[in-house]
Design a binder for this molecule. Sequence first.
Ligand SMILES: O=C1O[C@H](COP(=O)(O)O)[C@@H](O)[C@H](O)[C@H]1O
Length: 242
Amino acid sequence: MIEVFPDQESLSRATAELFAAEAGRAEAAHGRFAVLLAGGETPRRTYELLAEEPLRHRVPWGRVHIFWGDERCVPPEDPRSNVRMARRALLDRVPVPAGQIHPIAGDLPPRQAAAAYEAALRAFFGPELPRFDLVLLGLGADGHTASLFPCSLALDERERWTAVTQRANEEIKRITVTAPLLNRAALVVFLVTGAEKAAVLQEVLESSPEPHRHPAQLVKPAHGAVRWLVDRAAARLLRPGL
Ligand SMILES: O=C1O[C@H](COP(=O)(O)O)[C@@H](O)[C@H](O)[C@H]1O
């Protein structure tokens, strides 16, 4: 399902509403809400809105468990850290118990960080692939999502839940969750804004699957839903009625 919003602000409000609604639903259904956060810039406003009234009081923070889809291998206070962004915009401002926040340790050596994160996922979910109540994802202008980059080995991972990866021409390594984990989610929500994403959004949604070119096309939950929340600028090349 594709939903088009006039601008980033309205998209962020709708996403924050959706987060609160899904948190309430999951808590009522099974007593907890496990969410995987996106990094980058696009979700920042959503996180800020969740920390403000009226949404802040609608989320059962005591039942929320926070994970991330990807992280750069940088110290936790580095401005490039996805964990830092979410802490500052949201987690430092709401009463989610510290033990329910499961960051990726970007300051560990990459392989160790990926193994530690997978161990944290297993400790929480058990041996079966995690089923997140909600997964938030972004879309890079190169078609990547989480830190699953075009033509990278991590795209072919079928066993492990996490992987070390690296963006072409970027020095730092990254930790990402893998496609099998994303594809067990109950609900995946892509957030895409800005004219610079219009061409890649059109390719991801309208061209035949080539996941090594457009890794976001790997995301197809077997027993879950995918929603695309996009702003008008990003949607401008989409076929009407798609
Ligand atoms: O590198 C990353 O980029 C994607 C997209 O970010 P955006 O700001 O262009 O939406 C993001 O989803 C991912 O978490 C991040 O590490």
